[in-house]
Design a protein around this ligand. Structure first.
Ligand SMILES: Cc1ncc(C[n+]2csc(CCOP(=O)(O)OP(=O)(O)O)c2C)c(N)n1
Ligand SMILES: [Mg+2]
Length: 1038
């Protein structure tokens, strides 16, 4: 392999590498230093016959050919010529004609033709060379574009110049430039002559540098390519495998004179730069010791975003949803979203009291929602900035999900009205895997938002870390290449170039509805925050930064020199904005109270009262009429379209469902059907997403039927239930938890009138989405006063399947519940159960019956407020003959049972009950089986806690009081340090005022969630059942 590379390297670009060497010797020390070129694009490396030792032979042959083409066989001569002319692999070689008498004559004839037409050959070769040259600029021009405003770094982390193009920086030194040009042309890389520089060449259709002209002199071709690709914009797009898209981009950047701005546009740009710059300066003056993660060094971000928004608004977008990290966030809130300045300024007043409940959040994490007129287009535009945690990039999928939902609810199937803009830091964009996961959602039918504009604030540093230590890819943006997104790198000290790429990015999105990246190559004038000293770690960079003239000053000078504005006008613009800030600052002093609600990114108008309270504090019955249950059941067990052939196995499943409906019972899948189907009838959109959710990991759901005879023909019976029902979306997701859960959380943010569910393939996989759970779902309302009704379905249960696939980690969810284990709430309070739900941060349930699962899903929507709902769902119970519920448990008047009390013989004669066992979930079935086998149904009562959190203190107190002579024990199948024990025990003790002990029957503590050995699993299970029913077992401890 290595040898082949050497050979390939020597074959084609030999002269080029020589060029590089010779050339680099002539370079001044401070200029870019040339290194061995990074990759040789010799197609010959891919020739099938060039393998192993043959490459030695070819190498020698090539050297001989270089010296004298006639010294090798004619076929090699043709091969080397073709290769040098850029023939693709497999085509350079032409087999020699058979050596018959006639063919010998033919060879002689062909040879005489070659010799007789040297000009034709030269002409063809030269044109091919020019084409290659053009292509080289299109592919590699960005590597030498002047992107770093400081002029000291390489945006692609590589100072070498590709051998087949001419560096713009060379032009700084005319002699160097001329030499390089000569090396590339005269007998050099392309085999062109110096005289060729003034020859006119036809331009291929894959370039637009000609403008109206179809042919240009070579000198002019090179100049125009330089202008298009090697100035302040680096266009990276040639990896896109769609010709139309490539042509579109080429046209946008190659057409001569395309980057023109009117004086009006230049003045607007200057005014926006004034706002961006002076805002930071104002904050710095007033609060010099506060962290604000200022934008200094990338002030151009504000006009950049405004340009993207203006252009998108012009193309029909009326809602932009944005996500961004800390850097420049306050500036974006002030100058892009147009949050009232006094509201921002009063966030700096630490003495202001918060009007809302919850913990609140620091000012540079809060979200915002604002509807206003876009002054440039005079059209309405709504801007929403999603609140975010400190965890960089975590908000990306959330923004996408919210965008998808807003598109969905306004029927914007192509993303023409609603779009997302995501901002990134260079280090985070390259380093965080969620960026990749989010990109992979961008083109999936049920997840696409039809193109996101990504803007990277590439200040070439991450906190204290240099890019060279922060990424292995040339650019921080390379991750975007996986989805064929074009990447526009731009020098941020050239505001017009920035505006141009932003315009093109917005046009790209509205033309192709695909992602696009704007990489603002800039610098960070201060430390990571305003308190940090950057000279500790980046001394040279910061010496240069200290010398760097701010972009506003540079641009103002340019416009003054061009006569677009005069100095007094410019100064007037500055003092106008300073006055706005001062006045807002004065008003901010009048603010007495902080309203976090004013920072809501997703208001739900109409759902709450005007002052943001729930419309009631009660929940109606979640039961349904028999007719509705039967109707849904019948659809769930049929194929509601004609001529649709389903799999035989599925026919049997549907038949069984039909029989259950006749018997007025439901299993898990049917209960879910009933809940979904009835909510759809009530106009509630349902979206179920996750890996393989359409069929269901455990093959129980089958919400999408597949025609066995027609490829890709599917039917979703849930969408055939009622004439005017809400739509049902069920979608298999990409194999991502972090990305997809974030996305669904965002989707659920958009409307309270939707049931959005994410199902983990197995519950334990949720931990790769831990950040979404910890930073958004658990504390979201406390930090950002926004409610969210997302449902997590987490398959959980010890089935002997080993340490993975067993535990959804209930202990973690329970540990994060905000209810106090040691304080007994006022149980007499009216609507105790609803108030508890209202106060909690999330609801955690483990249902033991399909009926209860049905109720809790419906309750999620019938509640007058929204809370995240975590459901540990079963695996073996999906098919357990006892895990069935009768229609009677689902009729009007019925509701979700937070606790299912004992209802067998023990409950008839409670005084004689010796032990009251509490449990949750599937272990209940093991316990009842064991109790029956031991004939202890009168001695042991078993009470199921279905809603673990908020803890049903009221109902459990009743249960305990009912069995005065019983000792209390908690039984779980999970290990002692896991599961529910640590959560339940103190709360049960509080319930009974610590009057009795609460014993434990279950597995010992362990590091892993389960054993990998099936036999050990069964032994452990038997042991815990033995403990649960041995009435003497705790005697010694009392
Ligand atoms: C997931 C995560 N890890 C670590 C951090 C700590 N942190 C905050 S800012 C920062 C550097 C970010 O650099 P970059 O993305 O380039 O943005 P910049 O601050 O340069 O604008 C780090 C490491 C974080 N906020 N989130
Ligand atoms: Mg950075």
């Amino acid at each position: 392999m290595f040898h082949l590379r050497t050979c390939a390297a020597k074959l084609r670009p030999l002269t080029a590498s020589q060029t590089v060497k010779t050339f680099s010797q002539n370079r001044p020390a401070a200029a870019r230093t040339f290194q061995q070129i990074r990759c040789y694009s010799a197609p010959v490396a891919a020739e099938p016959f060039l393998s192993g030792t043959s490459s030695n032979y070819v190498e020698e042959m090539y050297c001989a050919w270089l010296e004298n083409p006639k010294s090798v066989h004619k076929s090699w001569d043709i091969f080397f010529r073709n290769t040098n002319a850029g023939a693709p692999p497999g085509t350079a070689y032409q087999s020699p004609l058979p050596l018959s008498r006639g063919s010998l004559a033919a060879v002689a004839h062909a040879q005489s033709l070659v010799e007789a037409q040297p000009n034709v050959d030269k002409l063809v070769e030269d044109h091919l060379a020019v084409q290659s040259l053009i292509r080289a600029y299109q592919i590699r021009g960005h590597h030498v574009a002047q992107l770093d405003p400081l002029g000291i770094l390489d945006a692609d982390l590589d100072s070498s110049v590709p051998a087949d193009i001419i560096s713009s920086t060379d032009k700084l030194d005319l002699a160097v430039f001329k030499e390089r040009l000569r090396m590339l042309t005269v007998g050099g890389f392309y085999g062109l002559d110096e005289s060729d520089l003034d020859k006119v060449f036809h331009l291929p259709t894959t370039t637009f540098i000609g403008g109206q002209e179809s042919a240009l002199p070579l000198r002019e071709i090179i100049r125009r390519l330089e202008m298009a690709y090697c100035q302040h914009i680096g266009v990276e797009f040639m990896f896109i495998n769609d010709l139309e898209q490539c042509q579109w981009i080429r046209q946008k950047f190659e057409t001569p004179g395309i980057m023109q701005f009117t004086n009006e546009e230049k003045r607007t740009l200057l005014a926006r730069l004034v706002r961006s710059t002076r805002f930071e300066e104002f904050l710095q003056r007033k609060w010099s010791s506060e962290k604000r993660f200022g934008l200094e060094g990338c002030e151009v971000l504000i006009p950049a975003l405004k340009t993207i928004i203006d252009k998108s608004s012009e193309n029909g977008v009326d809602y932009v949803i944005m996500g961004m990290p800390h850097r420049g966030r306050l500036n974006v809130l002030a100058n892009v979203i147009r949050k009232e300045l006094e509201q921002i300024f009063c966030q700096f007043d630490s003495k202001l009291e918060a009007a809302d409940e919850g913990s609140g959040d620091v000012k540079y994490h809060l979200g915002m929602y604002h509807r206003r007129i876009n002054r440039v287009t005079d059209r309405n535009i709504t801007l929403s900035l999603v609140a975010n945690p400190s965890h960089l990039e975590a908000a990306d999928p959330v923004v996408m999900g919210k965008t998808k939902a807003e598109q969905f609810y306004c029927g914007d199937t192509e993303g023409k009205k609603v779009m997302s803009i995501l901002l990134h830091g260079d280090a985070a964009f390259a380093g965080q895997g969620i960026v990749y996961e989010t990109f992979h959602l961008s083109d999936l039918p049920s997840y696409t938002t039809h193109g996101t504009v990504h803007v990277v604030v590439n200040n070439q540093i991450g906190f204290t870390t240099d890019p060279r230590m922060a990424r292995s890819s040339p650019y921080p943006t390379d991750v975007a290449r996986v989805v064929n997104a074009p990447i526009f790198h731009v020098n941020s000290d050239d505001p017009e170039a920035v505006m141009y790429v932003c315009k093109v990015a917005a046009e790209w999105r509205s033309t192709f509805h695909k992602d696009v990246v704007v990489d603002l190559v800039c610098y960070r004038r201060n430390g990571h925050n305003e308190m940090d000293e950057p000279m500790f770690t980046q001394p040279l960079m910061y010496k240069q930064i200290r010398k760097q003239k701010p972009v506003l000053q540079k641009y103002a000078e340019l416009l003054v020199s061009q006569g677009v504005v005069n100095q007094p006008e410019y100064e007037e613009e500055i003092s106008k904005y300073d006055k706005i800030c001062e006045e807002a600052f004065a008003r901010s002093k009048d603010e007495k109270i902080l309203h976090i609600k004013h920072w809501l990114d997703s208001p739900w108008p109409g759902f709450f009262t005007l002052d943001g309270q729930p419309r009631s504090m009660s929940c109606p019955s979640t039961g349904l009429t028999e007719d509705i249950l039967t109707h849904i059941g019948n659809v769930a067990s049929s194929v509601p379209v004609e001529n649709f052939t389903i799999h035989g196995g599925l026919s049997r499943i549907l038949k069984t469902r039909g029989e259950m409906v006749k018997n007025r019972t439901v299993d898990w899948a049917l209960a879910e059907y009933m809940a979904f189907g009835s909510l759809l009838k009530e106009g509630i959109h349902i979206r179920l997403s996750g890996q393989d959710v359409e069929r269901g990991t455990f093959s129980h759901r089958h919400h999408v039927l597949h025609d066995q005879n027609v490829d890709k023909r599917t039917c979703i019976p849930m969408n055939h239930l009622w004439p005017n029902q809400a739509p049902y979306t069920v979608c298999n997701s990409s194999l991502s938890e972090y990305g997809v859960l974030g996305f669904e959380l965002g989707f659920a943010m958009a409307s309270p009138n939707a049931l959005v569910l994410w199902e983990a393939q197995f519950g334990d996989f949720h931990n790769t989405a831990q950040c979404i759970i910890d930073q958004f779902i658990c504390p979201g309302q406390a930090k950002w006063v926004r409610q969210n009704g997302i449902v997590l379905l987490l398959p959980h249960g010890m089935e002997g399947m080993g340490p993975e696939h067993s535990s959804a980690r209930p202990e973690r969810f329970l540990q994060m519940c905000n209810d106090d284990p040691d304080v007994l709430p006022d149980l007499k309070e009216a609507n105790f159960d609803i108030n508890q739900l209202y106060d909690c941060n999330w609801v955690v349930v483990n249902c033991s019956t399909p009926g209860n699962f049905f109720h809790v899903l419906r309750r999620q929507i019938l509640l007058p407020f929204r809370k995240p709902l975590i459901i540990f769902t079963p695996k073996s119970l999906l098919r357990h003959p006892e895990a069935r519920s009768s229609f009677d448990e689902m009729l009007p008047g019925t509701h979700f049972q937070r606790v299912i009390p004992e209802d067998g013989p023990a409950a008839q004669n409670p005084e004689s009950v010796k032990r009251l066992l509490f449990c949750t979930g599937k272990v209940y079935y093991d316990l009842t089986r064991e109790r029956k086998a031991r004939d202890m149904v009168g001695q042991v009562a078993i009470t199921r806690i279905e809603q673990l959190s908020p803890f049903p203190f009221d109902l459990l107190l009743k249960e305990v009081q009912k069995y005065p002579n019983a000792e209390l024990a908690w039984c779980q199948e999970e290990h002692k340090n896991q599961g529910y024990y640590d959560y339940v025990k103190p709360r049960l003790r509080t319930t009974i005022s610590r009057a009795k002990p609460v014993w434990y029957a279950g597995r010992d503590p362990a590091a892993a969630p389960a054993t990998g050995n099936k036999k050990t699993h069964l032994t452990e299970l038997q042991r815990l059942l033995d403990t649960a029913f041995d009435l003497d077992v705790f005697k010694n401890f009392s």
